[in-house]
Each structure stands twice: as structure tokens, then as C-alpha cells.
Design a protein around this ligand. Structure first.
Ligand SMILES: [Zn+2]
Ligand SMILES: [Zn+2]
Length: 350
């Protein structure tokens, strides 16, 4: 009993000491110095000896706290490709200390705002104090050049201010902006470098025309990203025998409840009605994954993205009856496909 008393007194004194010391400016300065030094120039470890991916945005335009709009960062042996860059996703990449020097290109699945709106912030990451010696390559469907031109116009003054302020070493004006690459589906292999092949394919998301999905093949491992699509036979064809399929999903049974609960808001109800036919339900996505014989299915671009466990359980209602190997993406969900292996590791970025 006595010992317990001494321990309590020591803990109380310790607590008081810490709360006094952390109010002393000199102590605060040393603590901040230590913290910044420990961050240093460290970068996230995405496992160079693999094909891997991190979900940098897991939601669609419907808000869900803690989630950014659509984004998947693919790592093929130390070369990074950013597939879509919706609102909040560039901040995720920054917070996770992703090494922007390794970003080789951005690939847009289509030109909806929830897939492109952080392009300016991604540009800043790859431009300021960067090893890149050219503007950022941006692949996307026909029309991508309009998007990159628009961002360049909007940020023209920003580029100039930063260049004038920091000089060519830090903000080289010649490398500011974007290199757009509109994809011609008669040449579907859009990237073929360092052992990586990226193949673009068409998915149905009308009135968006065209909308694309991408398949990544790297040294015997493979991943497919659906982009936004309703149930698509073409996606099944291009996903054949892939290790991992990232498929968008929309829980229409939850939208029905939203419509009922929000009946007074006619504008919102109209939007919820319109979107029923241009996304894929979780059950349809699971069926597509089965038909394509993919090993693991990761649901992303969730509409509406679950805000808690109850909503998540509802969202995926019935999926377990159709297939076993699946995961629900959150921001930070990471999948690693080690080379020379059949392993599929699902984890979270540190
Ligand atoms: Zn979308
Ligand atoms: Zn869309």
C-alpha cells in the first residue's frame, strides 16, 4: 500500500513538473527543435521492392470527415504515379511525407472535380525544391489539356511570384506548369518504363465521355483502378487475373434512405436520383471482381463514404455472401505486392 502511495506522489510531482516545464519558452524551443529534427528529410517508405499503392483519397463528392476525395498513389519499384487528385488528397501526400521527387506522372481517370481539384497543390509539391527537370506529366482523357491550361492560367501569377521571390534554384520558371498527354485509346499502353506497363481502358460513366480505368503491370504483379464507372464488362476484361482491383462503389440502398430523409431538399434529391445509374453497387463490384478472377478487391471512391462502423456495415451489406477477399479503403489504406511472391499485404501508411 505504501509503495502505491509513493508511486502516486511521484507521478503527481512528475505531471506537475512536465506541465510547468512545457510552459518555459527555452524548453518549448528545444522540444520543437527535436521534433523538427526527428522529421528531418525523412520520407514515407512504400517498399521499393514491390508494386504497392496508398489510398490518398477514398471518398466521392459527398463529404465525410477524415477522408479526402479520390486519389491513389501507385509505387512501382520506387517510381510513383498519382491516379486522380481530388480535394484534400495533396494534403494527405504531404502529411505522409511522400517523396515528391519520385512522382513520375499524374493519371486522371476523368475530368470530374473530385478527381482533379488538388492538381495545383500536387504541382507545388513537384515543382518547389524539386529534382524534376520538366513540368509535371499529366495523362488523361481528351480534354485534359483544357484542365491543365486552366490551372496554368489560374496560377500564372503564383508561379511568377514564387520564382521572383525564391529564384531559379527553388522555383525554376521553365519547369512550372504541366505537360498534358491526352490518351488515344487506339494506343492504350500509355506508360512503358522501368519494368512498368500502364494500360488505359474505357469505362461507362456517361455523360462523362470518355472515362478511363488503368491497369498497372510491374514485374509479374498487377493492380487495376476502376475510376468512376457503372458495372462494366470492359473493366472485367482488363482486370483479368489481376492481384488487386480497386473498384469504386456506391451504396444505392443508402442513397434511398438519404432521399427519404432529405425529401424537403429537392435539388439534392434530384442529384441523388441522377447518380444511381452511373456508379457500381458494392455487390456489383464484388461480382465484377469474381468474374475477373482478381485475388483481392479494395472498394474505394465510396458513395456515401461511411462515417462510422454502422454505416460501413450497411454499405457493404451482402458483399460477404459473394466473395471473401475484399477490403474497404480509408485514407491511408496501403496494399503491398512484394516481387517474386503471391503475397498481398493490406496495411496502413505510417
Ligand atoms: Zn468521382
Ligand atoms: Zn465521376
Amino acid at each position: 500500500m505504501k509503495l502505491l502511495k509513493y508511486i502516486s506522489i511521484a507521478a503527481a510531482i512528475g505531471f506537475i513538473l512536465v506541465s510547468i516545464l512545457t510552459r518555459v519558452p527555452a524548453v518549448q524551443d528545444r522540444m520543437m527543435f527535436g521534433f523538427i529534427q526527428s522529421l528531418g528529410s525523412s520520407t514515407a517508405d512504400l517498399n521499393d521492392d514491390s508494386l504497392s499503392a496508398v489510398v490518398c483519397g477514398s471518398r466521392s463528392p459527398i463529404p465525410s470527415p477524415g477522408r479526402a476525395q479520390t486519389c491513389i498513389l501507385v509505387n512501382a519499384g520506387g517510381n510513383y504515379y498519382v491516379v486522380d487528385i481530388g480535394d484534400g488528397s495533396a494534403a494527405n501526400l504531404n502529411n505522409w511525407r511522400i517523396d515528391a521527387n519520385k512522382i513520375r506522372a499524374t493519371l486522371l481517370t476523368h475530368l470530374h472535380s473530385d478527381h482533379i481539384s488538388d492538381l495545383a497543390d500536387l504541382h507545388l509539391m513537384t515543382w518547389i525544391n524539386s529534382a524534376h527537370k520538366k513540368p509535371l506529366d499529366v495523362f488523361g482523357p481528351e480534354g485534359v489539356q483544357l484542365v491543365t491550361q486552366g490551372f496554368e492560367d489560374a496560377y500564372q501569377l503564383d508561379y511568377q511570384y514564387r520564382h521572383d521571390h525564391h529564384g531559379d534554384e527553388v522555383a525554376p520558371i521553365d519547369f512550372a506548369g504541366f505537360n498534358p498527354h491526352p490518351i488515344d485509346l487506339s494506343n492504350p499502353v500509355i506508360i512503358n518504363e522501368n519494368g512498368l506497363t500502364v494500360t488505359a481502358f474505357k469505362v461507362p460513366h456517361d455523360p462523362v465521355e470518355p472515362a478511363l480505368g488503368y491497369r498497372f503491370d510491374y514485374k509479374g504483379r498487377s493492380m487495376v483502378i476502376s475510376g468512376d464507372t457503372r458495372y462494366s464488362k470492359n473493366l472485367i476484361t482488363f482486370s483479368k487475373d489481376a492481384d488487386v482491383l480497386f473498384h469504386e462503389a456506391q451504396a444505392n440502398h443508402q442513397l434511398d434512405i438519404m432521399k427519404e430523409a432529405l425529401a424537403g431538399n429537392k435539388g439534392l434529391v434530384k442529384v441523388l436520383d441522377d447518380i444511381v445509374t452511373y456508379h457500381t453497387t458494392p455487390i456489383e463490384a464484388a461480382q465484377a471482381a469474381n468474374l475477373a478472377n482478381v485475388d483481392h478487391l479494395i472498394f474505394y471512391h465510396l458513395t456515401p463514404a461511411p462515417r462510422n462502423n454502422l454505416m460501413e456495415r450497411m454499405f457493404f451489406r451482402g458483399v460477404n455472401d459473394i466473395r471473401k477477399d475484399w477490403s474497404a479503403a480509408k485514407d491511408g489504406t496501403m496494399v503491398i505486392l512484394p516481387l517474386d511472391s503471391d503475397d498481398i499485404i493490406i496495411t496502413e501508411i505510417d
